[in-house]
Design a protein around this ligand. Structure first.
Ligand code: FES
Ligand SMILES: [Fe+2]
Length: 457
C-alpha cells in the first residue's frame, strides 16, 4: 500500500472510530433508535450486552471496509515496487536483497549492445512536480534536477552545480523560472541553463552555465532526450489527444526496477513464443515462475494472438505489436473478456498500449523504460482511461498487466543477454526486432565499461 492510500485509509479509520465512539456514547443497546443497535438486533444479538470493545471492533471493521471501498472506487492504483521486491528467489534463509545482490554479482553479462540508446525517456510524472518544486532523479547514469518554474514549465538540468558541485536538487530553490544552488546561491535559468546571478560578484561570466537536457512534457509526463553525441531530438513524443482533452483520466501507475539491459524489455514484444508459455497460465496463479503452472488454476488459460512489425520509413523509430487476448475457462472461450491491444513502441523507451474493449471502453497504458544505470531499468506503467468507465475497470486491467509483467521481470533479472541467440524460424521476429532496435545506437553510444577490467568469463 502506498503512503497516499495509507493516509486515506487512516483518515477513514479515524472517521470510523469517531463514528464508533459517537454510537457508543449514545448509550446502551436498549435505545432501539440507534442504527448500530438495529444491526446488532438483526445479527441476533439483541439482549446481549455490548461491550465497548465489541463496538470498537465493529466500528473499526466498518471504517476498514469504507476505506477500502473509497480507495477502490475513487483513488488511482499505486503499485510501487522496490528494486529487490520482484523477480528474485530468496532461499536458504537469505533475504530478497541478498538474493538480488548475489544474482547481480554472479551475472554473466554476455556481449552487450551499448547501454544507453538514443531517444526520449520519461523522468517523472507531471503530477509529482508542483510549481516551484525541484526533484532529484537518476537517469542514464547521470544525476539530474527536475524543477518546475513559476510559469509552470518543467526543466531538467544536471544536478551537480558547475561551481563547486553541490546538488541543485538537494536544498536548491526555484526562484522565478530559475534554480538557485543551495551552496553559494548561484542562479541558473531553466530555459538554457545559463547562470544569471552570482550573489557576490557583479559580472557573471558567459561560460557559467549548467548543462540543460532537452525536455518536453506530454501526456502527463516529463521526458528528456538523450543522444550520445548531443544531437537534437530526431522525433517528437506523440501526444495522446484524449489525455490532453481530459477525456481519458489518470487511473494509476506501477513502478518496477528491472536488472537487465534495456533492449531485453522491448524485445519481449517480438518474442511471440514466450506468450504461450510464460503468460498463458492464469494471472491468479501469480508471478513466481516456480508456481505459475500449479494445478489449482490449470482450468483458466490466457491465449495470445500476436504480430509485431516495424512502421514505415517515415516513422521508422516506431513499431507495432498487435495483440488479441482471449480467456479460456475449462477450455471454453469467454468472448466477453476478449481484449484487443495495439502496443506502439516509440523509440527505445516508450510504448503506448492502447486498449479497446467492446463495452469496457478505451484507454492507454504508457509503458516507459528509463535506464537508471547500465543494467538497471526503471519501468513505469501509467494508466489513462475513459472518464465514464468506473475506476475499478482500468485499475483491474493495470493490475493484470503488472502481474504478467512481473513474470517477465523474473526472467529478465536472472537472464544473460545473448548476442547470437539460438533461434528457430518461428523466432524470426526477434532478429527483425534487433535490427530495428539497432537504429538507436550510434558509433559513440556508451558501452558497459567495467567489462574490460573484470573477470567476466
Ligand atoms: S556549488 Fe553551487 S553555487 Fe557554489
Ligand atoms: Fe512478456
Amino acid at each position: 500500500m502506498d503512503r497516499r492510500n495509507m493516509s486515506t485509509g487512516n483518515v477513514a479509520a479515524v472517521i470510523g472510530m469517531a463514528v464508533g465512539a459517537m454510537l457508543f456514547s449514545q448509550g446502551a443497546p436498549q435505545d432501539s433508535g440507534g442504527l448500530w443497535y438495529q444491526a446488532w438486533r438483526e445479527a441476533g444479538l439483541a439482549g446481549v450486552p455490548a461491550s465497548p470493545a465489541a463496538v470498537c471492533i465493529v466500528a473499526g471493521l466498518c471504517a476498514f471496509i469504507l476505506g477500502w471501498l473509497y480507495r477502490l472506487l475513487f483513488r488511482p492504483l499505486e503499485l510501487l515496487r522496490a528494486p529487490d521486491d520482484v523477480g528474485y528467489v530468496a532461499e536458504d534463509g537469505r533475504s530478497k536483497a541478498q538474493a538480488a545482490n548475489e544474482v547481480r554479482r554472479r551475472r554473466k553479462t554476455g556481449g552487450l549492445p551499448p547501454v544507453y540508446p538514443n531517444g526520449w525517456y520519461r523522468v517523472l510524472d507531471s503530477h509529482l512536480l508542483q510549481r516551484g518544486e525541484v526533484k532529484h532523479v537518476c537517469v542514464l547514469g547521470e544525476q539530474v534536477a527536475v524543477f518546475r518554474g513559476q510559469n509552470r514549465k518543467a526543466h531538467v538540468v544536471d544536478a551537480y552545480c558547475p561551481h563547486l558541485g553541490a546538488n541543485l536538487a538537494v536544498g536548491g530553490r526555484v526562484v522565478g523560472n530559475c534554480i538557485e544552488c543551495p551552496f553559494h546561491g548561484w542562479l541558473f535559468q531553466g530555459s538554457d541553463g545559463k547562470c544569471v546571478k552570482i550573489p557576490y560578484t557583479d559580472k557573471v561570466p558567459d561560460f557559467a552555465k549548467v548543462h540543460r537536457w532537452p525536455s518536453c512534457e506530454v501526456n502527463g509526463q516529463i521526458l528528456v532526450w538523450f543522444h550520445c553525441d548531443g544531437e537534437n531530438p530526431q522525433w517528437t513524443v506523440p501526444e495522446q489527444k484524449e489525455i490532453t482533452k481530459g477525456e481519458w483520466i489518470y487511473r494509476g501507475r506501477t513502478e518496477h526496477f528491472v536488472n537487465a539491459h534495456i533492449q531485453e524489455i522491448p524485445e519481449n514484444a517480438a518474442d511471440l513464443a514466450h506468450l504461450a508459455h510464460l503468460h498463458a497460465p492464469s494471472m491468479t496463479s501469480g508471478v513466481d515462475l516456480r508456481y505459475i503452472n500449479n494445478k489449482t488454476w490449470k482450468f483458466v488459460r490466457h491465449d495470445w494472438d500476436v504480430q509485431w512489425e516495424p512502421e514505415s520509413e517515415l516513422n521508422k523509430h516506431c513499431s507495432q505489436m498487435l495483440v488479441k487476448h482471449s480467456l479460456f475457462v475449462f477450455g471454453l472461450h469467454w468472448p466477453l473478456l476478449d481484449v484487443h491491444v495495439v502496443a506502439r513502441q516509440v523509440g527505445p523507451g516508450l510504448v503506448y498500449l492502447m486498449f479497446q474493449h467492446s463495452f469496457l471502453g478505451r484507454g492507454v497504458i504508457l509503458h516507459c523504460v528509463t535506464p537508471v544505470e547500465p543494467l538497471l531499468q526503471c519501468v513505469t506503467h501509467i494508466m489513462f482511461y475513459q472518464s465514464n468507465i468506473p475506476a475499478p475497470v482500468p485499475k483491474f486491467i493495470l493490475r493484470a498487466e503488472s502481474i504478467q509483467f512481473e513474470r517477465d521481470v523474473m526472467i529478465w533479472n536472472n537472464k544473460k543477454y545473448i548476442s547470437k541467440p539460438l533461434l528457430v524460424k518461428e523466432d524470426s521476429a526477434i532478429q527483425k526486432h534487433r535490427r530495428w532496435f539497432s537504429q538507436f545506437y550510434s558509433k559513440n553510444s556508451p558501452r558497459l565499461q567495467y567489462q574490460l577490467n573484470t573477470l567476466d568469463f
